[in-house]
Design a binder for this molecule. Structure first.
Ligand code: PLP
Length: 349
């Protein structure tokens, strides 16, 4: 692969992007002398405190290596093995975690819900819970929401509340997959607490990787009782970093002066620009409302092929068939967006 191809910014995933300057600077700063290991260091304490400030809550905070672990370990902490987890049929926990939630929860079954634009329709929860109430069926115990969703849409405060109200009604605990939580907060322009604990969320998997951190997600328990012995679960699951400071220090860098929201807002703006560029191009349809940092577009196969031949990378296996997922990152530039749109225009005119 040529260097030019190696360094070109792409639209395949926000995890194609590198480390943002704020996270990098904090890692450099953490790389002096010795520090206590396994999370008993001052960086980890500071990062957890900054997260408590962001959420205005005395929450329990843990740092893990990736989102699959964050989701599956936190869901496991909400469920017994005979329980089930309700989520959207396109949710990451269902389609992109290789059965890890079921594995780490020792068999809790994931049950699928429908809903337009990647969002769960609250009536689907009623249907799923009431479908069977006998002892032969796994007992619903948790509702998992993704914010922003896998399709790039964002639940409003009222939409989150409508879902958690139904969850409470049935005694379900609420998990939020926030791999792109920052993009949702930037899009809604609300306090982080308004779409989490104030809206009935028990545990949030707060994504760092896709928003400019090298490696890692924070698991944030607003329901402290659900966090009991979670440290043991992380250790057993291979998720307790011995050099924890390098997972936690970057969070101090992005949280201290609000870089996490600035980067997310920028990525969202780039998606908005991309959508504007694509709108009105013949043969191209935008698949979902563009509300965060991604555009899903239906492109004819020869156009996809043509774009690949021009060196662009993007996925067509996420979402529904024939949808290209065009993901913007903290470092996507207007020039990247315009160059991509110009190539598409050339192939579709
Ligand atoms: C990327 C992503 C994750 C985390 O995936 P990992 O590859 O395990 O870090 C979780 N949920 C959603 C919605 C994602 O897009």
């Amino acid at each position: 692969m040529s260097v030019a191809n190696r360094t070109r910014r792409q639209f395949a995933s926000d995890n194609y992007a590198g480390i943002c300057p704020e996270a990098w600077a904090a890692m450099t700063e953490a790389n002096h002398g010795h520090e206590v290991s396994y999370g008993n260091d001052t960086w980890t304490e500071e990062a957890a405190n900054l997260i408590r400030e962001v959420f205005e809550s005395d929450c329990e905070v843990f740092f893990v290596f990736n989102g699959t672990a964050a989701n599956s370990l936190s869901l496991a902490s909400l469920c017994q093995s005979y329980h089930s987890v309700l989520c959207h049929r396109l949710a990451h926990v269902e389609v992109a975690e290789c059965g890890a939630p079921e594995f780490f929860a020792n068999g809790s079954k994931v049950l699928l819900l429908g809903g337009e634009n990647g969002k769960i329709d609250p009536t689907e929860i009623h249907a799923a819970v009431n479908k069977r109430t006998d002892i032969h069926y796994p007992k619903p115990r948790a509702l998992s929401l993704t914010q922003a969703t896998e399709e790039g849409t964002v639940y409003s405060v009222d939409e989150v509340k409508a879902l958690t109200d139904v969850a409470r009604h049935y005694g379900l605990r609420v998990h939020m997959d926030g791999a792109r939580f920052a993009n949702a907060v930037a899009a809604l322009n609300v306090a982080p607490k308004a779409i989490t604990w104030q809206a009935g969320v028990d545990v949030l998997c707060f994504g760092g990787t896709k928003n400019g951190i090298a490696i890692g997600e924070a698991v944030v328990f607003f329901n402290r009782e659900a966090a009991r012995e979670f440290d043991y679960r992380c250790k057993q699951g291979g998720q307790l970093a011995s050099k924890m400071r390098f997972l936690s220090a970057p969070w101090t860098g992005v949280l201290q002066e609000g870089a996490w929201l600035r980067h997310a807002r920028h990525a969202n703006n780039m998606a908005e620009r991309l959508e504007a560029g694509l709108r009105g191009m013949p043969q191209i349809q935008i698949a979902y409302p563009v509300e965060s940092n991604v555009v899903f577009a239906r492109l004819p196969k020869p156009v996809v092929q043509g774009m690949y031949e021009r060196g662009w990378k993007f996925y067509t296996h996420v979402g529904e068939a024939d949808e290209a997922r065009l993901m913007c990152s903290w470092d996507t530039t207007p020039e990247d967006v315009d160059a991509f749109a110009a190539d598409l225009r050339a192939l579709t005119h």
